[in-house]
Write a protein that binds this ligand. Structure first.
Ligand code: S3P
Length: 173
């Protein structure tokens, strides 16, 4: 891998709390390539936060925007793209991501994910009576789909962001 040059965009996929944004940003910095974030792009295009978009327009609308933004970002320039946790679930999105980039699943245990998301109130899907049970059922349903990613990198509770970057780079070799 030559810094500043990538054959394909590296697309970070996986559950909420897996570290897609933190690791993606650090990976882009290490490679000296642009960092792109689909959730961030959706928010700035709408001038609303993700919880606001879910509340105002509903999840199907969010998913439509997510698909449009991901395909546009993959056409635009090569870099590291962090996606939202739901982005790799539809067959169409997987096709778009697999054609335009190399997908990396940041794999983390349910407990690790829960420890990272439980204090944050930024995830509309976890605004339920029992957020832990919700996270667990999303996890169970989604893991088989994330497993379709090109590469898998384990994000355990102890690894630092820079260690995670090392692991992603190793898996890309
Ligand atoms: C979602 C994850 C969020 C965001 C939205 C939906 C999901 O992104 O896209 O709240 O379906 O898992 P993060 O994975 O960055 O939290």
């Amino acid at each position: 891998l030559v810094p500043g040059q990538l054959k394909k965009t590296i697309v970070m996929v996986g559950m909420m709390g897996a570290g897609k944004t933190a690791v993606g940003r650090a990976l882009a910095a290490r490679l000296n390539v642009p960092f792109l974030d689909s959730d961030h792009e959706i928010e700035s295009a709408a001038n609303l936060t993700i919880p606001e978009i879910f509340a105002r327009d509903g999840e199907p609308f969010f998913r439509q925007k997510e698909r449009q933004i991901i395909s546009r970002l993959l056409e635009k320039e090569r870099g590291v793209l962090s996606t939202g946790g739901g982005a790799f679930l539809s067959e169409e999105n997987r096709r778009i991501i697999t054609n335009g980039g190399v997908s990396v699943w940041l794999q983390a245990d349910l407990q690790v994910l829960w420890n990272r998301v439980k204090h944050r109130d930024t995830r509309p899907l976890l605004r339920t009576e029992n957020p832990y049970a919700t996270l667990r059922s999303l996890y169970d349903a989604r893991v088989p789909l994330y497993a379709l990613a090109d590469l898998q990198v384990v994000s355990d509770g102890r690894a630092s962001i820079e260690t995670m970057v090392d692991r992603v780079l190793q898996s890309l070799r």
